[in-house]
Design a protein around this ligand. Structure first.
Ligand SMILES: *Cc1c(COP(=O)(O)O)cnc(C)c1O
Length: 627
């Protein structure tokens, strides 16, 4: 059962005429809803001509026949925003035929166009046009401008004299569309409508059938095939829980195949920054697909990578530096480790083979990253294969003690600034970070900040900014594209880059990945970084931080993260983790506890209402009697 939205190439295209024809043919199967009306009421016309149809009243109705925000103002009122109107969609046992007003780009409120509303309705669009002269151009123009807005039309209906040529042309240029031509009723009476509908029942039936999009797999089949063919990260092949079948996402929400909607409280493994399918980022992606898919990055370049590198370097405390691209956080770390060691080699200090990490740190799942993290649960199995590293508590004094004895063999110290994420959301202060950095300066070792999780989550672009330190290497990944596509960058300070500034080819940094600096990912990252430079996102980061302070007293809070420890034994493998996840899902929130640590790190767009829901669920799951 799928709803359909009727839109028109322009105001008088014949949306209501079409609705009448369609409902006359299949009126008992569908219900009619025109959510926003101005001027003479189409709802009343439908009611008068087709009294047997189920009709839901408009949500907003104004007398003056002008754009809704203006008509509302004349009536001394305001148009509610698109999202609110979409939420009022009637719960109807039959699918709805939803008629839009005016044209798709008509103003909905003073700030938003109707396209925003169409997006919220999440139903296929049927475009009504007239078969009069110019039909092909007019229709294609409308279809393509909607596509540029990320809205896809599924059918085109030309009203008027039958025009085989126009139908053929539209079909040829937009082959995925269902295109039909329908006669206009001879007279606007119940009889006239029924007669016209009877004459084109076949075309109307084609349209009705086109609503059922061929879904690749039914939900139960999807899960069964998943369990047969797919291997999921950090998941046992015998996991008792089925994976969640996610079919779409927007803002802070994930939509499941069975109609459930979950709040993505941990931003899909900390990647989604602004929200799912954030319009400026999706727009940048669509634009970028028009020119370049991918190109090798050795001996070739492209504007997106260059523009992004410039922006990234502008955000650092350095004057200069270089950006090395890869495609995930672990490789960003590998690159930093390899660069740090090779940098020392170029300076004639080949003995510096030791890296220093901190207790409970996490830097990724590849070998170098595992070696510096050495988490016993995640990586204990690989211990015999990992190279020698050192680990100290997060403490400037302890690092100082260690370096006092070993500085000459140390290439670099690597740290997650302010928050140790996967290690259990452990926080420490900017002052402590500053003191640790100062120790590395004193002992003359390189300082790598792994900002893969912390960038843009702490209310500043980089977490290390808050400590006023200047690292030698910066690793970025997760939110670099706002979470849309995989992309990572290792930023090298001028002093590191300088060591490679030589024509001696044996001193090349021999490292690269097939998808280094993928142009589509870089284009989205540029759009994301423009938003970040714009700075308005900081208001949301502050709003979320304030919300946690107000509504989760007792939680550990840092930036947009709130974490609570559930008293339980077992660390990451604690039994409570999966139970908490299940319980939260039942309350509409997707949490992924780190063992007994329950935390939220929602996308920046998350509404106060959704934050409240997350806070309620967190409070609920940590009370022992609920588990
Ligand atoms: C997630 C993470 C990584 C690894 O990034 P991937 O893209 O998952 O390889 C590295 N460092 C930190 C701090 C992380 O949170």
């Amino acid at each position: 059962m799928r709803d359909v939205v009727v839109i028109g190439t322009d105001t008088d295209a014949g949306k209501t005429t079409f609705s009448l024809l369609f409902l006359a043919a299949f009126g008992t199967e569908f219900a009619y809803w025109k959510p926003v009306e101005t001027g003479p009421s189409d709802t009343e016309t439908v009611r008068r001509l087709l009294p047997d149809t189920t009709i839901f009243p408009p949500h907003a109705r104004f007398e003056t026949p002008v754009a809704p925000p203006l008509a509302a103002a004349i009536a001394g009122q305001r148009m509610p925003p698109p999202r609110d109107v979409a939420r009022q969609k009637p719960a109807s046992p039959q699918p709805l035929l939803i008629e839009s007003f005016g044209s798709p780009l008509s103003p909905f409120t003073d700030e938003e166009l109707q396209t925003e509303f169409l997006r919220e309705l999440r139903a296929p669009l049927w475009l009504i046009g007239s078969s009069a002269v110019g039909a092909v151009g007019r229709t294609l123009q409308a279809v393509r401008s909607l596509k540029a807005e990320g809205l896809s039309v599924s059918a085109v209906i030309l009203l008027g004299d039958s025009d085989e040529y126009a139908v053929g042309q539209i079909q040829r240029h937009e082959p995925q569309l269902t295109v039909v031509s329908l006669p206009r009723p001879r007279e606007w009476t119940a009889e006239g409508i029924r007669e016209a509908a009877g004459g084109c029942r076949e075309q109307l039936a084609t349209l009705r059938a086109s609503r059922i999009e061929p879904t690749p797999l039914a939900e139960n089949e999807l899960i069964a095939h998943d369990r047969q063919f797919v291997w999921h990260p950090y998941t046992s092949l015998c996991d008792p829980l089925d994976p969640l079948p996610v079919v779409s996402a927007e803002r802070e929400f994930l939509n499941l195949a069975d109609g459930r909607r979950l709040i993505d409280a941990s931003s899909s493994w900390w990647t989604i920054l602004h929200g799912h399918r954030h319009p400026p980022l999706m727009h940048a992606l669509r634009q970028a697909t028009r020119s370049l898919d991918h190109v090798l990055f050795a001996g070739a370049t492209h504007p997106h990578a260059v523009e992004l590198a410039g922006m990234l370097l502008r955000s650092t405390p350095w004057d200069g530096g270089r950006v090395f691209y890869s495609d995930n956080g672990s490789t960003a770390v590998e690159v930093a480790l390899k660069m740090a060691y090779q940098c020392w080699c170029h300076r004639g200090e080949t003995q510096r083979t030791l890296f220093v990490g901190f207790d409970d740190c996490y830097h990724g799942d590849t070998f170098g990253a595992m070696a510096v993290s050495r988490d016993p649960v995640f990586f204990g199995r690989f211990e015999p294969l990992l190279f020698r590293t050192a680990r100290v508590p997060v403490s400037a004094e302890r690092l100082d003690e260690f370096l006092a004895n070993h500085a000459a063999e140390v290439a670099a110290v690597i740290i997650e600034p302010l928050v140790q994420g996967a290690g259990g959301m452990k926080f420490y202060t900017p002052a402590e970070l500053w003191a640790i950095w100062e120790v590395t300066r004193r002992h003359g070792v390189l300082f790598i900040v792994d900002e893969v999780m912390t960038a843009n989550r702490m209310g500043t672009i980089w977490a290390f900014e808050q400590a006023g330190v200047s690292p030698d290497l910066i690793c970025a990944a997760k939110t670099l594209t706002g979470g849309v596509l995989p992309l990572a960058a290792t930023l090298a300070s001028p002093n590191v880059a300088h060591a490679f500034d030589t024509a001696d080819r044996t001193r090349t940094f021999f490292h690269g990945h097939s998808f280094t600096a993928n142009p589509l990912a870089c284009a989205v990252a540029v759009a994301n970084w423009k938003l970040i430079e714009g700075g308005t996102w900081k208001c949301d980061a502050e709003r979320i931080n304030r919300f946690w302070h107000a509504k989760l007293p007792g939680a550990r809070i840092c930036g947009t993260i709130a974490a609570v420890d559930v008293p339980a034994s077992g660390g990451y493998l604690a039994e409570v983790g999966p139970k908490i996840r299940q319980l939260a899902i039942e309350h509409g929130v997707l949490l992924r506890p780190l063992g007994n640590v329950v935390y939220a790190m929602p996308p920046l767009c998350t509404s106060d209402e959704s934050l409240a829901r997350i806070a309620d669920v967190m409070r609920h799951v940590v009370t022992p009697r609920s588990l």
